[in-house]
Design a protein around this ligand. Sequence first.
Ligand SMILES: *Cc1c(COP(=O)(O)O)cnc(C)c1O
Length: 392
Amino acid sequence: MSKDWHPSTRAIHAGTRRSQYGEVSEAVFLTQGFVYDSAEQAEARFEALGEDEFIYARYGNPTVRMFEDRIADLLGYEDCFACASGMAAVSGALTALLKAGDHVVAARALFGSCLYVLEDVLGRFGVEVTLVDGTDNAAWDAAIRPDTRLVFFESISNPTLEVVDMRHVVKAAHAVGAIVVADDAMATPVFSYAKACGADIAIVSTTKHVDGQGRMLGGAICGPRDLIRGPIEAYMKHTGGAMNPFAAWTHLKALETMGLRVRAQAQTALALADALDGHDRIASVRYPTHAAHPQQALALAQAPVGGTVIAFEVKGGKEACFRFLNALEIITISNNFADAKSIATHPATTTHQRLAQEQKDALGISPGLVRLSAGLEDPADLIADLVQALTV
Ligand SMILES: *Cc1c(COP(=O)(O)O)cnc(C)c1O
């Protein structure tokens, strides 16, 4: 539909459907159901839904459909199913595509809830999961077997910002016919390279950069039409993980400014990494495309920008780290990221608290680790805030 448009144009216009009133701003259809002209029409719709035909909001809704078409177009995928949250998208895609006896290979460095779905949920239903060091191409090659059905990773891991060599993993997975599912939350929809690197499915927690202002939960499963409107839609529409129309409308409006926001936040993230790199109270700093990151070359080969989040280690363990966090004046302590407000998170005691100590050690989630999401404040104020809090 919009193949010649640049991404910032697609983010504003792709998927637009106007009602008979010709409204400029997308309409929010806050309705659960739809009426039919006749019993025959109802029967026909339940047999087969045509374009722009709806029967129930758990299955689909015009505002939600606009959002699905817009984000699929933006990420370069054929279709999308919009979900109630990023985790509804992750768990829905995996459950829809897997069955007992299947083998999955996944990167070990994952968001806590993703790890729960892979380790605890899938195992209970007879799916075998092998976890590997996602930065080690040889480990992927060794773990992917002829019977591997699906491969899962975060393109940039949360919270330690490890980078997966996506082209390599996709090639190894496709060689055995496995489906590649990339959780693309950290890479941001603006600088996403999932499609370019061949991932079959990209999952986006739209709670993050799409909403970008800390209001809405949402998720998107983007991929080929046969999977999205086949097993994924079938599973999602019957199990209740659909996005609500008001969230879809908020997301549509937020997509209009996402490019501007994410570019500014990414620039700030890089400036914050620069400011902390070499500070005498900081043990290490990470931002994928920054020189201090061990995978900088790979990160730059995949995308020009490494997202809006940095990670760093405060010297002196948990006590010194908490003193630093409590002294911050602008940057808030919370556990979300990609908000217009800058947010500092202590993963070891919050998002990754439930992991065993050995798992935290293996993932590099140390007592001094801070994940910092760069907001839209003036970067100079944020740097001053970090520096003053480090002197307390
Ligand atoms: C936040 C996040 C999720 C979950 O998204 P929600 O919208 O909070 O459910 C999944 N994966 C990654 C990598 C995330 O950062």
